[in-house]
Design a protein around this ligand. Structure first.
Ligand code: M6R
Length: 617
């Protein structure tokens, strides 16, 4: 939520500060696109341009009113919280007669009393944002040192925030602060960067430095200084980003979502890489939790949001089946508010693509406070959840830019399965050869995903175009097909703005079947006929909806001829073991949603009201 970029370069004014800020905003726009703005320090003054709406509006504004060359810059792309998406509410916010500019991601929870105090002091506010409060506080605290001012001000702020600020009197300095909101440093040669994530500066440098909670960082062209909010000097861990700018481009696809759907065979393959030792045993070297502790685990609770939570639902079937440990799945946003029963023997598994989702982060903290171990399954290296968890298992899906999560979902399922197999191996519920067998089944999945893409894509896109004007679409599934149905419905709601619901197929007759009308499209995820009882039940469910006039669109395994007589449209997936089926059955639903959204003329990658990384609760 909100993307932030900061840059300080050589002391000779050039167009690079503006270029870095605009390039960073282009890469960060997926984090919020209600408005965008930059501030460029020319060496003498700070020049601000900002516009409501997509980044293109800012580009047009700068074209009409060019920004002079400069030595440093900050840039912001916004997902609105306090105050609507207007030019005035767009960041940067300035104070001190234009001497100071600030950008912010997060929420200042005590902004109301602070604003009252400033108003009583005679300050006039231009915007409705909580951020402007920080700008005025900083201007008031400034006494020749922007870092000192930041340290003074952060002590007065409650809530979660990343802040970047620059002052007219310190041209070659940008200062940042972070609390429970992301900020990474990019280490350049004679220049340094700040960003909400590494994509902000990936075309400038691949060398990055993590910051911890409650730290202030000051960058100049040649230095990076970190201190805690209490002023204690600190250092951050540095690392090399293992992907480059080319991974975050559309690569010839019309949208990032399409590209990321096609990245899925690689995402699953890369997540499986390097997980077996020479004897073929599953090894998860990155787990930092003692094996003895993992052997004692008597309950697993998976916490996550949105698509990541559906990956958790899929994982529950596998973990309970393979490990015989009870496994609950809980929405992270609900977890800490219901007094959950977690003990030292509970393993809490947090799933998150971004590793920054505030609901999930807060649930992680709550679980750790209760004494349980937290293992994070995360895609973004060095993210807050990855750093705060006791252990981390990285998925290797690469950067996911489209707001609708696709490849991260399949990689999350893969990561969860690795964890489940590891626990069952460790606890002796599965023999080594059984674990090896499952790993081989997993290793076969990338090719099967490619088969779905190669053979079904055009048919599904055609179907999507024919259904683009529907008002409502239902999705049904049983067993692991149920979370797939939920995911199919979420994708359609999220990017095509069509009412869609996913149901457990057996639950339909308890109410939702009343939604089925003449012609209602109903997707049904059919389990393999090699699970005859499950298969038969779903066949009956298809008949139930057809009897009420539904158009049955069936996702079924190749060779399952029985479904043909009951379906208007059959989407085929390769023969796959039951637990692995979500890795193939999800793919046509993603393609369907992306094509419906495109056919409706919508912005597939940046759907309305949403942001990629939800860093507020
Ligand atoms: O970064 P996370 O995996 O923690 O994000 C969780 C959800 O916000 C995310 O999956 C969201 O539901 C997606 N937009 C769905 O496509």
């Amino acid at each position: 939520m909100c993307g932030i970029v900061g840059y300080v370069g050589p002391n000779v004014p050039s167009s690079r500060p503006q270029g870095v800020a605009m390039d960073g905003l282009r890469r960060l726009e997926y984090r919020g696109y209600d408005s965008a703005g930059i501030a460029v320090h020319t060496g003498d003054e700070i020049v601000v341009r900002k516009r409501a709406g997509k980044l293109q509006n800012l580009v047009d504004a700068i074209e009409a009113d060019p920004v002079p060359d400069g030595v440093a810059s900050i840039g912001h792309t916004r997902w609105a919280t306090h105050g609507g998406p207007t030019d005035v509410n767009a960041h940067p916010h300035v104070a001190g007669d234009g001497a100071l500019a600030v950008i912010h991601n997060g929420i200042i929870e005590n902004f109301a009393p602070l604003r009252r105090e400033l108003v009583e002091d005679g300050v006039e506010f231009l915007s409705e944002t909580d951020t402007e409060v920080v700008a005025h506080l900083l201007a008031r605290a400034y006494d020749g040192d922007i870092t000192a001012a930041m340290l003074e001000v952060v002590g007065r702020l409650e809530g979660a925030f990343t802040l970047l600020a620059q002052h007219r009197d310190q041209p070659g300095v940008v200062v940042g602060a972070r609390r429970s909101s992301p900020l990474v440093v990019g280490l350049g040669d004679g220049e340094n960067f700040l960003g909400s994530d590494v994509s902000a500066f990936i075309s400038g440098t691949k060398r990055a430095m993590e910051l911890s909670e409650d730290q202030v960082v000051t960058i100049t062209p040649t230095s990076v200084d970190v201190v805690g909010f209490d002023g204690t000097p600190a250092t951050g861990r540095t690392y090399e980003v293992d992907w480059d700018a080319a991974a975050a481009v559309k690569d010839g696809f019309p949208t990032f979502m399409d590209k990321e759907i096609h990245d899925q065979p690689a995402a699953v393959r890369d997540t499986l890489l390097g997980r077996r030792d020479e004897q073929g045993h599953l090894v998860l070297n990155e787990l930092r939790i003692d094996e003895a502790v993992l052997r004692q685990v008597d309950k697993v609770i998976i916490i996550a949001c949105g698509t990541a939570s559906y990956a958790g639902h899929v994982a529950k079937y596998a973990i309970e089946h393979w490990c015989r440990i009870p496994c609950e799945v809980e929405l992270a946003s609900e977890f800490r508010y219901r007094d959950p029963i977690v003990t030292e023997r509970t393993l809490v598994v947090a799933i998150s693509q971004s590793g920054e989702t505030m609901d999930t982060l807060m649930a992680v903290r709550h679980a750790r406070e209760q004494g349980s171990k937290v293992l994070a399954i995360v895609n973004t290296f060095g993210s807050t959840i990855a750093r705060e968890a006791d252990a981390v298992l990285y998925t290797h899906a690469g950067p996911e830019i489209a707001v609708a999560s696709t490849k991260a979902f399949l990689a999350q399922i893969t990561g969860c399965y690795l964890l489940g197999l590891y626990l069952s191996q460790l606890r002796g519920y599965k023999y080594d050869d059984e674990v090896a067998g499952y790993l081989e089944e997993l290793a076969a999945m990338p090719d099967k995903i490619s088969t779905v893409l190669d053979e079904q894509q055009e048919r599904v896109r055609e179907l999507a175009r024919s259904l683009k004007d529907e008002d409502s679409v239902l999705f049904l599934g049983r067993h692991v097909g149920f979370p797939v149905a939920l995911e199919g419905a979420l994708k359609l709601k999220e990017i095509a703005y069509i009412h869609a619901e996913g149901f457990a197929a057996g639950e339909l007759k308890h109410g939702p079947i009343a939604l089925v009308d003449e012609g209602t499209p109903v997707f049904i995820i059919v389990p393999t006929p090699r699970r005859p009882v499950l298969h038969q039940k779903v066949i009956s469910n298809i008949q139930e909806v057809r009897a009420r006039g539904a158009r049955a669109i069936v996702v079924a395994e190749e060779g399952d001829t029985e479904v043909e007589q009951f379906a208007e449209f059959v989407i085929r997936v390769p023969r796959t073991p039951t637990l692995m089926m979500p890795l193939v059955t999800t793919v046509p639903l993603q393609i369907f949603a992306s094509e419906v959204a495109a056919a409706r003329g919508l912005d597939v990658d940046q759907p309305r009201n949403l942001a990629k990384s939800v860093t507020v609760e």
